[in-house]
Every structure is written in C-alpha cells, then in structure tokens.
Design a protein around this ligand. Structure first.
Ligand SMILES: *Cc1c(COP(=O)(O)O)cnc(C)c1O
Length: 252
C-alpha cells in the first residue's frame, strides 16, 4: 500500500502508535504541558481484534468505539484472551437511548452525550444498577449540520440540568472539529471548548475528584488535528487512522 502521508510513517501499528505519542509529547513541550496529562485513546472502530491486540501489546490501554454492539463484542473477546492488563473502553459515537441499557458497566467514559433525554436515560439505567456513570457533554463546536452535539450556547444549561442527576457524573466536554487539511483552522474551536470547560468548572457544574481522570476532561483532537488540540488543552485525544490506518468497513 502506498503511504505518502507522514502521519502514516512507520510500517505497523506499534510504529504509528509511537509516532503519535512522540507528536503528542512534542505538542506538550511546545505548550508547556505535561505529557502524562494527555490520554491517547486509540479509536479502533471497524478494526479487527488482532489490531487491538497489537496496539495493546505496544502499550495502548484506552480504546474508543462508536457502536455499542461492537464495543461489547470486543470487550468480551479481549476478556477471553485472559490478559492481565485491562483495556478501558470509551464510547465515542452517537448513542441511541435504547442502547444505553447495554452499555452501563462496560465503559470507562461516555464521550458522546448530546441531549438531555439521552442523559435522562443514562440516569435511569444507572440508577437501576446503583452505579455512577461518567460522561462528557458533546459539543457541536462549529455548528455543523452533519454533527451531533449541543449547540455551544446550550451547553451551560444542559450541564446545569444533568449535573443534578444523582447517577451521572459530568467530567467535561468533547468535540469533533470539522474535517480539514489545515488543522490550524480548528484551533479556535478547541480554544473555545477549553474556555467553556473552565467556566463550567468554576461554576461547579462538573464532577470533582474522579479517581481515574483529571477533571475537567477535554476530549478533542483526531488524526488530522490532535497536535493543535493538545496545544489548546486537550486532556484526551481520539486517534484512529493515525494508529490503525484507513478504515474500509462501516462496521464489523
Ligand atoms: C472515528 C472517530 C475518531 C477518530 O478519527 P480519525 O480521524 O480516524 O483519527 C475520533 N472521534 C470520533 C468521535 C470518531 O467517530
């Protein structure tokens, strides 16, 4: 396969993973941040278990999936390998209300809460199981018609309502910036999301003292723009193509 793009440099998943980690470290250095404050989520949607295991052996522990069923199948397949070091599964795709009941207890963090009814459904299912579910509010930062997420003007009110739910912990914000060949054009959206999260935190609308995550969580930056996102304060970047190569299938 012809690979001209430097983000695909290296020959396999382990090489690409280490390349991405290096770029994240460099972006941290440029912006005076600590690399350990940025979690790399390997987005494995449509990719086979063999790819996930390859990334896991190379040290990846956080994986992102877009479909509930695929996430759960992969979680089970991974558990059946008997691996000692666990994987943290992140739900990053649009979540339908009728799928929430399957997901509770199977994910470290739901990034894609994009409506109050969805949050209500999570509250209801979490309450049934007496669990607390950690979520991010998805923001449609560039107000794209094709994207899910709260309008930036609606995030505050949504956080106010959802943070009152007893079984839902709002840790921060997530966005998918526009697809672009020029990552600098997304800087404004990342900066805006960072400011919004800081305001939510100062208004005490975010959960505090979470054992595994540094709050506020800012999940932003994908293969095309994660370096700019890190410079603007991302605490989680979601990289698929840059680690696993192009996706050819819609789903497994
Ligand atoms: C697919 C996907 C990603 C990863 O995209 P790449 O451009 O392949 O890095 C990140 N976030 C979400 C929500 C996605 O759906």
């Amino acid at each position: 396969m012809f690979m001209s793009d430097e983000r695909n440099s290296g020959t396999g998943i382990a090489d690409r993973l280490s390349y991405v980690r290096g770029r994240i470290r460099a972006a941290c250095e440029r912006s005076g941040r600590r690399p350990e404050d940025v979690t790399l989520i390997a987005v494995s949607k449509t990719k086979p278990m063999s790819d996930i295991l390859e990334a896991w052996k190379a040290g990846a522990t956080h994986f992102g999936e877009n479909y509930v069923q695929e996430l759960m199948q992969k979680e089970e397949a991974f558990e059946n390998t008997g691996a000692a070091e666990p994987i943290r599964w992140h739900m990053i795709g649009h979540l339908q209300k009728n799928k929430v009941k399957y997901l509770i207890g199977h994910t470290a963090l739901i990034h894609s809460v994009d409506s109050i009814p969805l949050a209500e459904q999570i509250e209801k299912e979490a309450a049934k199981r007496d669990q607390a579910v950690r979520i991010l509010l998805e923001v449609n930062a560039a107000r794209e018609e094709s994207k899910w997420g709260f309008d930036p003007s609606a995030v505050f009110q949504a956080a106010r309502e959802i943070s009152a739910f007893p079984h839902v912990r709002v840790l921060g914000l997530m966005t998918s910036a526009p697809y672009t060949e020029e990552p600098e054009t997304n800087r404004i959206y990342f900066r805006g999301l960072h400011e919004c999260a800081q305001r939510l935190a100062s208004e005490k609308l975010l959960s505090v003292s979470e054992p595994d995550f540094r709050v506020p969580v800012l999940s932003m930056g994908m293969t095309g723009d994660y370096e700019v996102a890190v410079e603007e304060g991302a605490t989680m970047v979601r990289v698929g193509t840059g680690i696993f190569g192009e996706r050819h299938l819609q789903t497994v």
